[in-house]
Design a protein around this ligand. Sequence first.
Ligand code: NAD
Length: 330
Amino acid sequence: MRVVVTGGAGFIGANFVHLALKERPDWTIIVIDKLTYAGNKDSLPDSGYEFYKLDIAIQNQELEQVIKSCDAIVHFAAESHNDNSLESPWPFIESNIIGTFRLLELARKHHKRFHHVSTDEVYGDLELDSSDKFTETTPYKPSSPYSSSKACSDMLVLAWIRSYGLDATISNCSNNYGPRQHVEKFIPRQITEILQGRQPRLYGSGLQVRDWIHVDDHNSAVIKILESSTMGEYYLIGANGEQTNMQVVKKLLKSLGKSEDDFVHVEDRAGHDLRYAIDSTKLQTTLGWRPRYSDFDAGLEQTIEWYRNNQEWWEDAKRVTENNYLKKGH
Ligand SMILES: NC(=O)c1ccc[n+]([C@@H]2O[C@H](COP(=O)([O-])OP(=O)(O)OC[C@H]3O[C@@H](n4cnc5c(N)ncnc54)[C@H](O)[C@@H]3O)[C@@H](O)[C@H]2O)c1
C-alpha cells in the first residue's frame, strides 16, 4: 500500500512515519509537508520514505501527481496551536479548511481512501466537576479559531462522504504527548523550561483537565482505522489519561528533581477550555483497538528522557518560541 502522510514532519505525523515503517514494512510511505515553523525534517527517520515539500492549500500539479500515485491518504497536516490561532487565525483557515478541501477534491477525483485526523477540541469543553465524556454523538461546539477550523474540516469530510461517496473516515483524538512535539506545546514547553533552569508557568488556576494519550497510541489507532474501518465511520481516540495541568507540572518537576511547587501562575488564555474527556468505547469494541501506554506516568518519563537526550532537536526552536512569547507578552 502506498500511503501519503500529510503533515508528516510535524509531531504526530513524524511519529506515525516511525511507527508505520517499523510495524508496516510492506507500506510505501510518502510524506507531504509544507515545513512551517512546526515541521522539522529532523523528526523523520533518516531514510525509508519519499518526501515532498508541498503546501496542501495551494492547487498544484505535483500535489495531484503524488495523490494520484497513492492508495491512501492519512491527513495530519494542520496549523495546530491554539495560542497562535488567537493571535492570527488566517493560516488556520488556509491550511485546515482550504487545505482539507483541496485534498478531498483530489481524493474524490482519483478515488483514494482518505483518513482525516481531527481533535476532540471540536466539542468545546466539559464541566470540571462532571463525569461526562465526549462520544461520537456529542454536538460540535468549538471554542477557538483552531478548533473551529478543525470542526469545519470535519464537516467537509462528512459532506464528501455523503455527497460523493468518498471512501473516508474521521478520528477525533484527545491531547497527545510523546517525543518530537514542538516546544511551544504544554508538556514539552514545561519540560524544556525546567531543563533550562526556569520555573514552569501555568495558565490560570491550572485546574483545567486534559485527557492525555501517548502519540504512539493515537497512531496505532489511526493504522487500525485505516486498515479495518468501513467508509463513513467516525471514531473517538482516547486512553483515559485525565490529568489537571497542575498535576502534570508537578509530576514533571518531581521527575526532574525539583520541588513540586516550583511553578508560577500566569493570566489565563482567552476562552480556555475547562475539561476534555474521551469515551473510546466504539473504537475498542468495534475494531478491538487498545492503548499500549496505559500508565501516563511511565509515558511521561519516556518523554522527559527523549527531551533530555535530544537537546539539539529542540534548542533552536526553543529560543525562537520563547522570544516570540516574550514579544507577545506571554
Ligand atoms: N497535538 C495534539 O494533541 C492533537 C490531538 C488531536 C488531534 N490533533 C491533530 O493532529 C494533526 C497533527 O497535529 P500535530 O500536533 O502533529 O501538529 P504539528 O503542528 O506538530 O504538525 C503539523 C504539520 O503540518 C504541516 N503543515 C501545516 N500546514 C500545512 C500545509 N498547508 N501544507 C502542508 N503541510 C502543512 C506543518 O509543517 C507540520 O509539519 C492535526 O491535524 C491536529 O489537529 C493533534
